[in-house]
Design a protein around this ligand. Structure first.
Ligand code: NAD
Ligand code: AKB
Length: 314
């Protein structure tokens, strides 16, 4: 087993719950400390209840477990953030500063800090958006991620802290539910389909967004974190691409296997957020620097989602 001790902050979330298990499979259950603001049940290894805004508590956990790597996943996502912008900014930024500072002071070897396609705004190229593009986001979440990416880059350049980051597209998975994002419909739709329920989508049918299936997201994260440091040339955050689809396309993909599935559309405030994001992004740098390549397209993801969710709802 590898010697590193890993702390995951936000381990109870959509990505954190799956990433925790993947890291435990790789490093050993006792080497991966899950933490979250909320108590979490059914843990397969050590758990610490932690408010990432509490820098003392964070330092205490780092000392207690002799942590060598931190995955900082806790954040307020795009749709939740728009309901209370200053609260979202405070949580997203203060938790990041606490992580960067404890990592610098305690000589943490590596930090993972996910960013998002939410860093882009309407001034960016709407398709195949380049890695180094103008970043004028329209959500507080996006603003916090642009700032966060730049702070990650600053700590790398100024202190040599090895912070690595991916701009995730919308993540779709069967293992966990999403928490307050604009891409959440792409998970919800499968849950409605397998329960035989009509789905009302909060985005228009023809809204294209970049998306990624959970196994690809986890593989990309581990691949980036295991890459030799000299291969990690982008120190803000890497564009990462999986697939692009509209709500209409995912409904059609489901209907191939469940012809009775019904969908209607009732766009709400999240439509404006989605309209400000690109439909696809260019991930050439991730491919060239550390060998990224997605495995799932829309139909392959649909098959896998329906297979697992049908078992879950049986
Ligand atoms: P999530 O909302 O599902 O989970 C976040 C977790 O953080 C929750 O379990 C929550 O309890 C915890 N948390 C919130 N405030 C906290 C605090 N003060 N201290 C400790 N824990 C706290 O989020 P997710 O979808 O798993 O996203 C994880 C990361 O990936 C986030 O940084 C997010 O911005 C990024 N991301 C996610 C997606 C996606 O589609 N899920 C896409 C792009 C980027
Ligand atoms: C959201 O919709 O807010 C997230 C994201 C793309 O960052 N899923």
């Amino acid at each position: 087993m590898k010697q590193d001790k890993i702390l995951i902050i936000g381990a109870g979330g959509q990505i954190g719950s799956v990433l925790t298990e993947a890291l435990r499979a790789s490093f050993g259950n006792d080497h991966v400390i899950a933490s979250d603001l909320r108590p979490l049940n059914n843990q397969t290894g050590p758990f610490e209840q932690l408010d990432a805004l509490n820098s003392r508590a964070l330092a205490g956990i780092v000392n207690k477990h002799r942590i060598t790597q931190i995955y900082h996943l806790a954040a307020i996502l795009s749709a939740s953030g728009e309901k209370n912008p200053l609260w979202a900014w405070d949580i997203n930024m203060r938790s990041l500063f606490n992580v960067l500072e404890v990592a610098r002071k305690k000589n943490i070897k590596k930090v993972y800090y996910p960013s998002s396609i939410a860093v882009f705004g309407r001034e960016a190229a709407p398709t195949n958006t380049p890695q180094f593009e103008v970043l004028i986001p329209e959500t507080v979440y996006g603003i916090s991620k642009v700032a966060g990416e730049n702070w990650a880059n600053y700590y790398f350049k100024r202190y040599g802290l090895d912070v690595r980051s991916i701009r995730y597209p919308g993540i779709v998975g069967h293992e966990s539910m999403p928490g307050g994002g604009t891409t959440d419909y792409a998970v919800d739709i499968y849950h409605y389909a397998v329960q035989g329920k009509h789905f009302e989508c909060f985005l228009r049918e023809n809204t294209p967004l970049p998306m990624l299936y959970m196994p690809d997201a986890i593989r990309a994260t581990l691949q980036l974190m295991e890459a030799p440091a000299e291969k990690v040339k982008v120190r803000t955050s890497y564009n990462l691409s999986g697939m692009t689809f509209t709500p209409q396309a995912v409904a059609a993909s489901i209907k191939k296997q469940m012809p009775d599935f019904q969908i209607s559309y009732a766009p709400d405030f999240r439509q404006a957020i989605a309209d400000s994001w690109p439909g696809s992004i260019d991930d050439t740098h991730a491919r060239e620097d550390w060998g990224w390549k997605p495995e799932y397209d829309l139909d392959a993801m649909t098959t896998d989602m329906l297979f697992h969710l049908k078992k879950q709802y049986r």
